[in-house]
Design a binder for this molecule. Structure first.
Ligand code: ATR
Length: 284
């Protein structure tokens, strides 16, 4: 029930109607008995600045930011947390007494999901990562903060992988970075890899082609696909067939949401609730 005292949290994106965050966040808010409501706002790119000023003027408690606004929103905020600085993108904004502070919980959400679902320990790990876009950047920053030792990146457009590596190598000098010329070259580097992670949208469209062949991965390596629709991509099917531990991106979506929930409300959501809400919507 919405009262005169109810506070608002939102999500801005374009489009936003397919977002799973409203159902996941409202379930957690209700379970905690918190007087908040989480609302979707479809914001066209030309209106982004006006929308952010409007949300601030309305005194919302905070909001999520999704595609295509994650980078473009940054100049409209008053302050950036280090998580947003190093990812170069914002997915969570807190209204702190009229100051909008941008955070990025995607990367830490990924690390939490890897630890919770795959018992993967980033400390000292060797990681092969596919993609060099915004999702890859956030993932790399969080994995480096969590102690990754070696990261090799392959991307369809090789120059973008090289640019990302040079940016990250400056920020995290203790991590050994490299690029693979193409996906086939990456396959040749998988022999000593602890985790293979896909950060691209490849696999989203029921595509049966393989982005990377997993034959060279050691038997204890983990495979993570940030894609969660469909829940089982060709990459995850291959991992399953090879007996490799694997997970899709639903756990990351839930974990970034849990971190945002705490940033906005100061409370912890019930453990596992967001993930079970998502599992109940995204049928396997
Ligand atoms: P995001 O913020 O989700 O990472 P992005 O910044 O647009 O989105 O980056 C998309 C990533 O997915 C890029 O690494 C892109 O490769 P390119 O740099 O070559 O464009 C990758 N990608 C998207 N579709 C792909 C496909 N069909 N095959 C391989 N890589 C793909």
């Amino acid at each position: 029930m919405v009262h005169g005292t109810t506070r608002i949290i939102g999500i801005i994106g374009y489009p936003v109607r397919h977002s799973l965050s409203p159902v996941m966040q409202n379930s957690a808010l209700q379970a905690c008995g918190l007087d908040y409501v989480y609302v979707p706002f479809e914001v066209v790119p030309e209106e982004l600045g006006n929308a952010v000023s409007g949300l601030k003027a309305l005194g919302v408690s905070g909001f999520n930011v999704t595609i295509p606004h994650k980078t473009e929103v940054m100049p409209f905020l008053d302050e950036l947390d280090q998580s947003a600085e190093s990812a170069g993108a914002v997915n969570t904004v807190k209204n702190d007494a009229g100051r909008l502070i941008g955070y990025n919980t995607d990367g830490d959400g990924l690390v939490r999901s890897l630890m919770a679902e795959l018992e993967f320990i980033p400390q000292g790990a060797s990681i092969a990562l596919v993609g060099a876009g915004g999702a890859a950047r956030g993932a790399i920053a969080a994995l480096c903060r969590a102690g990754a030792r070696r990261i090799v990146i392959a991307n369809r457009t090789r120059d973008k992988a090289a640019a990302l590596v040079s940016l990250m190598a400056d920020r995290f000098p203790c991590v050994e970075f490299s690029t693979a010329d193409d996906f086939e070259c990456l396959e040749g580097c998988l022999g000593e890899v602890d985790l293979l992670i896909n950060t691209t949208s490849f696999g989203m469209h029921l595509d049966n082609r393989r982005i990377v062949c997993l034959d060279n991965l050691p038997p204890n390596a983990r495979v993570y696909d940030m894609v969660y629709a469909p829940p089982v991509t060709s990459l995850l099917r291959d991992a399953e067939q090879k007996g490799l531990r694997h997970a899709n991106g639903l756990g990351m979506l839930a974990a970034q949401g849990e971190l945002g929930f705490t940033i906005w409300t100061g409370s912890m959501p019930p453990k596992g609730l967001m993930k079970s809400v998502l599992d109940s919507i995204c049928h396997y």
